[in-house]
Design a protein around this ligand. Structure first.
Ligand SMILES: [Zn+2]
Length: 338
């Protein structure tokens, strides 16, 4: 099996020949290829080149093409900072009051430069690897996350309690935004689609709020990916132990979960029905841990999923650029031995 077949098998519930590996490593890949985050985000060729070099160095199976978490927010007018050595980020919203929700202009995300760069990078990678390596075109953020950036997280959490009706209106607007990126990404030839819904985890909102405000819109996006004929992964940061059932109900083909989520609990709840992607701690284990830490943690996670083909090894979230390459090599070596 090649990397493409290995990941595809895990997604379809067929036993791969060995543990499939996908890395959430865009920051590290850019740094190792010699690019600043600014050079990376501005040039699809440099994005593609970073991942190509990373595959050559580490020999893993699937690329997650990620750039930052604010591209769709930027496309709808959220002011974005573009640091030279960090991924782009946002601090300010673009919708000062939910009362203005009806005045939001229609948006076409394809008109935003960074959406086009992201799409082109996926096209280049798919062209280069064809069906050798699996290409996952991440489509930035899911609706709940975009809404929180349009309003700023502080205001957004107040909105959810104080103005449910308009909160749902904003989420509907954001669902259109994410759907547009999903449709555009599907046209690139990407093998899989995904979104992050970073602030929808229970570190920040209650399971009841997740079920009411995040999950229904994630489900619409999952359906949209499936209408495009592609499998879909949902990523949520932090601890998702108490919303695993609801995440399963989105219909996603895979859940990519952070290290705070109990992998054994995820194995029990997902029941081999959908694929688990994760969940080595990117910071304390991969970036700052010893080789032994990496080895022990990787073995532990692989063992939890030993009885199901529906497992893809990855970090739980974005791997820091400061991660020693020896630690990534160790994680991959351990996985290849099993
Ligand atoms: Zn995350």
């Amino acid at each position: 099996m090649n990397g493409f077949e290995r990941i595809k098998s895990a997604l379809e519930g067929r036993q791969p020949d060995r543990t499939p590996i996908m890395l959430h490593n865009f920051m590290m890949a850019a740094k190792e290829a010699g690019y600043t985050m600014e050079e990376f985000r501005e040039d699809p060729k440099k994005i593609a080149d970073s991942f190509i070099k990373s595959i050559e160095k580490y020999d893993y199976d699937g690329i997650m093409v990620d750039v930052d978490t604010v591209t769709l927010a930027g496309s709808v007018g959220v002011p974005i900072d573009f640091p030279v050595n960090e991924p782009a980020r946002s601090h300010l919203g673009c919708l000062s009051s939910l009362d203005n929700i009806d005045n939001l202009p229609p948006v076409k995300v394809e008109n935003y430069k960074y959406v086009q760069i992201w799409l082109e990078a996926v096209r280049l990678l798919k062209e280069y690897f064809n069906n050798e390596i699996f290409i996952r075109g991440n489509c930035d953020q899911a609706p709940f996350s975009i809404a929180s950036m349009m309003r700023t997280p502080q205001e957004w959490y107040i909105d959810l309690i104080g103005d449910e009706k308009n909160a749902h209106k904003l989420l509907t607007y954001c669902t259109d935004v994410t759907s547009q990126f999903i449709d555009l990404m599907a046209e690139t030839g990407s093998d899989m689609l995904s979104n992050g819904d970073s602030p929808a985890g229970t570190d920040l909102i209650s399971p009841e709020m997740y079920t009411k405000f995040a999950m229904p819109y994630e489900k619409i996006i999952v359906d949209r990916a499936h209408e495009n004929g592609l499998p879909y992964a949902l990523h949520i940061c932090g601890n998702t132990d108490s919303i695993l059932e609801q995440m399963l109900d989105t219909g996603a083909d895979a859940l990519e979960l952070d290290y705070k989520t109990n992998a054994q609990k995820a194995r029990d709840v997902l029941g081999g029905e959908i694929t688990f992607i994760g969940n080595v701690d990117p910071s304390d284990i991969l970036a700052r841990g010893t080789l032994k830490d990496v080895r022990d943690k990787t073995i532990k996670i692989i063992n939890i999923f030993a009885d199901t083909p529906r497992f893809i090894l990855n970090a739980g979230c974005a791997i820091p650029s400061t991660t020693p390459s020896e630690n990534i090599q160790e994680m991959i070596k351990v996985a290849r031995e099993r």
